[in-house]
Design a protein. Sequence first.
Length: 146
Amino acid sequence: MKKLFMFLVLFSVLLCGCRADADSDVSEYYEKLAKAQEIAAFAVDTETAVKTFTSKEDIDGFVTALEIDEWELADLPQNAKEIGHFDFAQEETLSLGQTETDGNLYEVCKITLYDGSFIDFEIAGLRMSFEVTRDTADYLSGLLTQ
């Protein structure tokens, strides 16, 4: 079950990744990110979340604030310093014949924020780097200092 889910996620990401170029439309990730059931913010070198979003409204607000349609593929500068990261988690997808999940949340995506308005976006073992707007970087950085 878990393998099938990961295969489907990996396959869809690969298809999206094959099309990725400087002008690719990353807004398709909005719906995938908005499906998260929990988003946890971790400042660099901490194991305890400084902020956690669990309500649908808060998660939608977070994903909207990312301004995904403004992301641009970029190379992460070699001297970029990590500021923190955001883990997106959700329950396992039900398979045919299943009536309920095990209740555990599994990490499905991770966004790592770096200084200079850069992020790494990791999903299904693939990592892509983007330059984000100053507003997005400030919003994310603000969550990590609460």
